[in-house]
Design a protein around this ligand. Structure first.
Ligand code: NAG
Ligand code: NAG
Length: 808
């Protein structure tokens, strides 16, 4: 009905007789108008007159309903195809009526309806935009087409909502509206690499029709992201002994960029030290780190390495991270001992705690691996005292004795507390300095020297020597003789000592008969400060030589004269006529006197006792015998060479002379008053001499025993020791050292027997002379005695009884 209304309104006669207005796209059969009526024709007339429509355009859109006289749509009318974009669309029609032929022009104004939606040529459009593009940039888009006209034509565009782009419409010269994409906000490929927008074109029809186009924006990558490491600081701990080639860390960086812009290459930072580069390695592709060299905690306990990750963009970008490598100490260093000060020699009397050396111990390892303890063997008289930090003082801790240990080699052991612990050793030599703490020592407590009498002065009679354990001057000994008196004369006039080597010289020719023994004190003194000394006694025994001839003391005769004796003729055989007594100043065998009758007037009448010197008659005197008998008696000693004396006795035989001298043997048998007195004195003197001798003997035995313990260096000088062959002789020497020696008695024989033996060295007549007491001793003492004597006495001078004794 609306159309009809329009039809009515749009009716005008300009240009054409009749104009109809119809919208396009009317359905077939739709009535446009009653043309018959409008032309003033009758409905019956039109069929009769064969009314028909001739299309000017050629195509028949309309036809006439001859029955009703109506112009109806006979074909689809699409305004857009007919008129395009022109604003008005008139379809000129010619109505032909025959009988009579009439031609009427009719126009049908085709009105647009919104039958076309805006339409894009391509449903999808791809735009590539670099992410670096600055906001404000515009990108033209395809405009949509809408064949409709007027309000139904394209009116506006809309863009799907997004934050980066806005839509702007640009009016072209030709009136077209061109949509433009305007970049509002910078793109970030890494954030969103592809944007999808929907562009919608809208027309102004009612209802509105629209068309859409997909706009795909691909954001082109720009190298705007640097590689970024996952961890800015990577910490790793490595054992010091980690083997070479070990992979210990993998650093990882990410680059959000694409393609080469995101391809990462790892390397060490520019300022990485060469030493680090020599030690570590990084795989440029994977970022894996390897140990290339050998770690040493002691030189570098930790490393901090800058790692660079670089992409391959243009320009390239880089990121960095740090790797901290902490080296874990392994006990790979043995402790070191060093001497802070040179070990100083220490005096042997140094007090406890004297510092000998300063020692320091060091271990480059750390922690327990570097904790060092020092030790020295406990046997040394030293100890270690800790001082500041790892320094120690080696101090004395005991008694030092240079004489026992002149030098110590102290082995110091250093041990660390690692596991397993490492040790090292150092030997420190410590010299002990001498202190004069040892006096010179003689190997023997006493020396015994035997010197023949009549020796040549100036001979070495003996050498003493002492030893000093000390060193240097402290051990240099000088010898001297301590002054004493020998028979009221200073000993220095007898003896001289070489102060350097202890050789003792005699300065005298000794006479046994005057001096039999003397002692000297030798002092050995070292040169220490203060000096020390010791003394030793040297017993000098003068050995007897047979240098005295026997001297006749009875009958006393003036030299050269004759002794006159008387005897009765009535004397029987065995009558003691007289007794010759002689003495020998020598001693021992040199004084052993024998008597021999050399010449006699009548050798059958008298005999002389070899030992006693008694002159006795051999037979009874007869009348025929001369009244004067002359006897020449020789007295010999037992020395070598033999010394002798002679005495001449004249015996006068007298008749009737009463025997003046009774038989000596009978006389002694019966005690007379005088004899008993003598015996009494004799007993007393014997007893006292025995006691004295015993004492002396014991003292001597003790001394000898001591001597024999260290007998190797006993100073003994043997003057004439040729032909000495009998080492087992059983001898005993008895010395009377109480005052000047009186006698030496040498005995041979069975010393185990308990008998006592007395012997007079002088005449048996002189009863008050000295006696020698020889007592048996124990076998060991006896043996010692033998040794002393054996070594000292020349064999040839002794011809007494000897006996082999085996002592066991
Ligand atoms: C001691 O020195 C003297 C003189 O130099 C020398 O004659 C003597 O033999 C020496 N004695 C010793 C035991 O060396
Ligand atoms: C050695 O003898 C002298 C003199 O008799 C004496 O002064 C000194 O003390 C003695 N020395 C020793 C070590 O006995």
């Amino acid at each position: 009905m609306q159309w009809l209304l329009c039809f009515c309104l749009s009716w005008n006669k300009t240009g054409a007789e009749i104009r109809y207005t119809v919208p396009e796209e009317l359905s077939l059969g739709s009535v446009v108008g009653n043309i018959a009526k409008d032309l003033g024709l009758e409905v019956s007339e039109i069929s009769f007159r064969e009314m028909r429509i001739a299309s000017v355009a050629g195509k028949q859109y309309f036809s006439v309903d001859l029955g009703k006289g109506e112009l109806v749509v006979s074909d689809r009318i699409d305004r857009e195809s007919h008129c395009g974009q022109s604003a008005s669309c008139l379809l000129p029609l010619e109505v032909i009526i025959e009988n009579p032929l009439q031609l009427h022009r009719v126009e049908v104004d085709i009105q647009d309806i919104n039958d076309n939606a805006p339409h894009f040529q391509s449903s999808e459009r791809t735009l590539k935009i670099a992410e670096s593009t600055a906001p404000g940039m515009r990108f033209s888009l395809e405009s949509a087409q809408d064949p409709d006209v007027g309000d139904n034509s394209l009116k506006s565009y809309t863009l799907s909502k997004n934050e980066h782009f806005s839509l702007e419409i640009k009016d072209q010269d030709d009136g077209r509206k061109v949509p433009e994409l305007c970049l509002e906000k910078a793109l970030d490929r890494e954030n969103k690499a592809r944007h999808q927008l929907l562009l919608t074109a809208l027309d102004g029809g009612s209802p509105v029709r629209s068309g859409t186009s997909q706009i795909i924006i691909i954001v082109l990558d720009n190298n705007d992201n640097n590689p970024i490491f996952k961890h800015p600081l990577n910490k790793v701990s490595l054992n010091e002994n980690t083997p070479q080639g070990t992979s210990f860390l993998k650093v990882e960086a990410n680059d959000l960029d694409d393609g080469p812009n995101g391809e990462i290459e790892y390397s060490f930072g520019d300022h990485t030290a060469q030493s680090v580069k020599a030690l570590f390695e990084i795989d440029p592709k994977t970022g894996e780190m390897y140990l290339k060299g050998t770690l040493d905690y002691e030189s570098t306990p930790s490393y901090r390495i800058e790692i660079i990750a670089q992409d391959k963009g243009m320009p390239e970008m880089e990121g960095q991270c740090n790797v901290q490598i902490d080296v874990i100490d392994v006990n790979d260093n043995s402790p070191q001992i060093s001497l802070t000060s040179k070990p100083s020699p220490v005096r042997e009397n140094a007090p406890k705690g004297t510092v000998v050396a300063l020692i320091s111990a060091r271990d480059p390892d750390s922690g327990d691996n570097g904790k060092v303890t020092l030790q020295i063997p406990p046997s040394y008289p030293f100890t270690l005292e800790p001082s500041i930090s790892s320094h120690y003082a080696l101090v004395t801790n005991g008694v030092l004795d240079r004489e026992t240990f002149p030098e110590y080699s102290i082995e110091i052991t250093a041990t660390d507390a690692g596991s397993p612990p490492l040790t090292s050793k150092k030997t420190i030599p410590v010299r002990i300095l001498d202190v004069n703490d040892n006096p010179p020592r003689f190997p023997d407590t006493a020396y015994t020297v035997y010197v023949n009498e009549n020796n040549t002065p100036g001979y070495i009679i003996c050498s003493v020597s002492a030893l000093d354990m000390d060193f240097g001057d402290n051990a240099k000994i000088s010898y001297s003789i301590l002054d004493s008196k020998v028979q009221d004369v200073s000993v220095s006039s007898y003896i001289y000592i070489n102060s350097d080597n202890g050789s003792i010289y005699s300065m005298h020719s000794f006479d046994y008969e005057k001096l039999k023994v003397f002692q000297i004190q030798v002092q050995a003194k070292d040169r220490g400060s203060p000096s020390l000394s010791s003394n030793v006694t040297v017993h000098v025994f003068i050995l007897d030589q047979n240098d005295n001839a026997p001297a006749v003391i009875y009958p006393s005769t003036v030299m050269g004269s004759v002794s006159h004796q008387k005897m009765p003729r009535s004397a029987k055989a065995g009558h003691l006529t007289t007794k010759i007594s002689a003495v020998d100043a020598d001693s021992g065998h040199n004084a052993w006197i024998s008597y021999r009758l050399v010449e006699a007037t009548d050798s059958s009448l008298f005999s002389v006792n070899l030992y006693t010197g008694e002159v006795r008659t051999k037979r009874a005197v007869s009348e025929q015998d001369d009244s004067s008998q002359r006897l020449l008696i020789e007295i010999q000693d037992n020395g070598e060479p033999v010394q002798s004396a002679t005495v001449t006795v004249n015996i006068l035989l007298e008749d009737g002379l009463h025997e003046p001298i009774s038989d000596f043997r009978q006389k002694t048998a019966e005690p007379s008053k005088r004899n008993s007195k003598i015996t009494f004195y004799l007993i007393i003197s014997l007893a006292s001499v025995s006691v004295l001798s015993l004492l002396t003997f014991l003292i001597l035995v003790v001394k000898c025993v001591r001597n024999s313990r260290s007998s190797s260096s006993c100073c003994i000088r043997r003057a004439d020791s040729d032909g000495y062959k009998n080492p087992n002789r059983n001898l005993q020497l008895q010395l009377n050292t109480d005052g000047p020696i009186k006698y030496v008695e040498v005995l041979g024989g069975d010393m185990l027997s308990q008998s006592q033996s007395f012997r007079s060295c002088l005449s048996p007549v002189s009863e008050f002379s000295d006696f020698t007491l020889v007592k048996p001793s124990s076998t060991t003492d006896f043996q010692d005695m033998i040794n002393v004597l054996d070594a000292s006495l020349p064999d040839s001078t002794w011809t007494f009884e000897s006996q082999q004794v085996s002592i066991d």
